[in-house]
Design a protein around this ligand. Sequence first.
Ligand code: GLA
Length: 764
Amino acid sequence: MNRSRFIFNLIALSLIVLLISCRTQDQKNSQIRLSEVWKFKTGDDPSYLTIGLDDSDWKQINVGQNWDNQGYKELDNFAWYRVRFSLPSSVKDISFLKDSLKLYLGKIDDCDEVYLNGKILGYNGITLTSGVSVPDSFNIEPSPWYKERVYVISADDERLLWDKENLIAVRVWDRGGLGGMYSGIPAIGMVDVGDYLESGHRNSTFAFDNGVAYKSFNVKNISNHVKLSGVFIVTAKNDFTAKEFFRHIIKIDLPAGAETKIFVEIPEQNESTTLNYIYKQKGSASETVYTDILPYILTPAVSENPRINGPEIIGARPGKPFLHKIPVTGKEPLKISIANLPEGLTFDSNRGIISGRVSNRGEYDVKITVENSVGKASGILKIIIGDQIALTPPMGWNSWNCWGLSVDQEKVIASAKVFVEKGLANHGWNYINIDDGWEIKGDSPEPKRDDDGNIRTNEKFPDMKSLGDSIHFLGLKFGIYTSPGPLTCGGYTASYQYEIQDARSFAFWGVDYLKYDWCSYGQIAKDHSLPELKKPYFVMRDALGEVDRDIVYSLCQYGMGNVYEWGAEVGGNLWRTTGDITDTWGSLKSIGFNQVKNAPYGGPGHWNDPDMLVVGWVGWGPNLHPTRLTPNEQYTHISLWSLLSAPLLIGCDLERLDDFTLNLLTNDEVIAVNQDILGKQATPVFIDGDVQVWVKELYDGTKAVGVFNLGESILDYKLLFNKAGLPDKVKVRDLWRQKELGSFEKSIIIKLPVHGVSLLKVSE
Ligand code: GLA
C-alpha cells in the first residue's frame, strides 16, 4: 500500500475501537491470540525494549487484570511487559484484504509506549509510522487509562518479522491508583474487510412504542479504498430458549467513506434478549458480528389509581427551613390534602409542597390524602424534628457521571425540570446536585474569591442564589460540592481555610446537600492516620452546624481508614466507601458486591455510599454515551443499590432519558426497598458459585431478597429457603414486575439472565 493511503487508513482505524464491540468470525487463522501471561519487570531501563535481552528471570503477569491485584499494590511508577510470538505468513495469505495488521492490547492504566522488535510502534493507542520517534507519551491529560489500545500497521512494515519470532515490549507508566495492562486477551491479526464497517449502534438507544422496540444508527465505511458490498443482518434471540425469533437482512453498498442509516424494529420482549448485527462482504468467507442487547421493560405502567410514594419519614432540625414535595402518582388532576401539619409548616396544594420551619422538637404524624376521578389513597408521613436528617437514603441527581467538569447552570436547571416534567419527583427523586466544576479554576488568573474572601463561581454559574431558588421553587433540593483541600479533584478552587465562609455562602445560596471531597487535602494532611483523616471533616461539620440550614453532609474520601467506622462520628450523613465507579460490569461488580463489612454501620441518618448510578447517558462530560452496562446489569445495579440502602444519585443526562432508563428509575416497589424506614443494609446470606443471595430486612417484617447471577451463563436457579434464612412456607412477590408469584414451600425456581437479578419480596 502506498504510504499516504496507509497513513490515512491508520488514522481512521486508530480512531475507532472496533474490537470492543465486534468480533470477526471464520478468520481464526488470520488472527493470533497472544498469551495472557506476559513477562513483567518493575522499573525502567532502555534495554527492556531490545530483542536480545534475556528476560528469563522476569516475573510472570496476567494482562487480564491490573498489577495492583497481582502483588504490586503500591506501584505508581514504571514497569515493562514483554511477550514473544511467531508470525507465519499464512496469516496474511488466507486473509481477504492482505494489506494491514492490527495489534490489540486491551486497556492500559495509565500510559504506554509499545515496541515491536525493538522499534517504537506507538503510544497510548496511537500508531507511529516506522522511523518516527515517540513524543512525550506520559504527560497527557486526561489520562488514557480507559482507552482500548489498538495499533494498526502495514503488512509490509519493516518492523514486522514474517515467519520469525517477534517481540512486543510495552513500557507502562501508572500515575496513581490502579495500574498496568488490565482488560483483554491481546491479539494480532490481519485487518478484515468488516473492520472498515464502523457501526454506531452503541451510540443510540431503543425507544418503545405499541409493542415495538426500535432504534436507528449509522454504519460507515471508514476505509478510503475498499468498497463495502454485502449484507447487514439483524438477528434477535431469546437468551433463555436460545431461539432466534427475528432476522432481517439489509443490503449494504457503501463506497469508501460513505455511510448509511440502519433501522432496527423488533417486537418488544419481556426478558433477556441478545441481538446480533452481522456484516458479510460479498466474496469473503468471514463475517463481522456486533452484539447488542435489547432492553426489556419490567416495571408496569404507572396506575391511574392515586398513590402516595416514599419517603414515609423525614427528619429536620428545629427552626431550620423545611421543604418537601409530596411524591404522588395517578391520573391527573390529583387533589392532595393534608391534616395534622406541625406548627410552622404550610402546604401549597397547587404545587404539592410542604414548607416552613418547625421550632418544637417532636414526632408529627402528618396525614396525607390524595384523590382523583378514579379513587382515593391516604397515608402517614412522619416528620421528626430533632437532631437527625437524611432518615432515608438521599435520592436525586448529580452532574458528575454525565457532565464531569463541563457542567453549567443550564444543564442543572434542565435536570431539575426533567425531575418534575417526566415525573421522577413523583417517585421520590428530589436532590439536584452540582459536582465539581462550578468554582474558578485553580490555575486561572481570575480572583478565586471576592475582596471579602467569599468564594466566586465561574462564568458557567452566573447566579448561584437564583439557581438555588429555581430548584426550590420546583419543590426540589439543591446540592453542591467542594473539597477540604486548596483545590478540588478537578483542579478548581476549594475550601481549605475558608470552611466557615464557604458554608455561609452555601447557606446563602440555599444549599441542602454538600459533597466534601478529600482530593488535594492529601497535601495538607500529615499522614493517613485516623486523626488526620477525620480532621477536615470535623472542621466542615462544625461550619455547617453554624448556618441556618439543614445540609446533608456527604463525605467523599474513597473509603480511606474504614470511613464507615467513623463517618457518623464526624457528622457524615453518607460516606463513599470506594473509588469512583464507571459504567462497566467489572466496576459495578467489584464495588457493589463488596459492600459487606460496612453493613452494620449504615442506617437512618448515616449511609454507606458505593457511588452514584451509571445508567442512562453518561460520559463524565462533555461527550456522552449510553451506559455500557447491559439491561440485565442495570437491573442488578438498581436492585443491589436498593438492597444496600445506598444513596441513589442518578448520574445521567436527564434530557436524554430513554424509555428503558426512565422505567428502571420509577419502580415504586423497588424504590420502597431502598427507602425502607428501618434502614437496614442487606448482607449476602449465601454465595453458591456464581449466584449471590442478598437479604434485606424491612420495617414491615418482610424481607427483600436479591438473587444475583454474576456468571456468564443463564441459570434456572433453585433457591432453597432454609439456605437464605427464610421460613419454609412463604409468599413471594416479584418487585420489578410488581406481581405476586404465589406461595411456595421450601424452594422456588428462578430464571436468572447473565449478570441479572431477581428481586423478590418474601413474607410469611
Ligand atoms: C472525585 C470524586 C468524584 C467526583 C470528582 C470531581 O474523583 O470521587 O465523585 O466528585 O472527584 O472532580
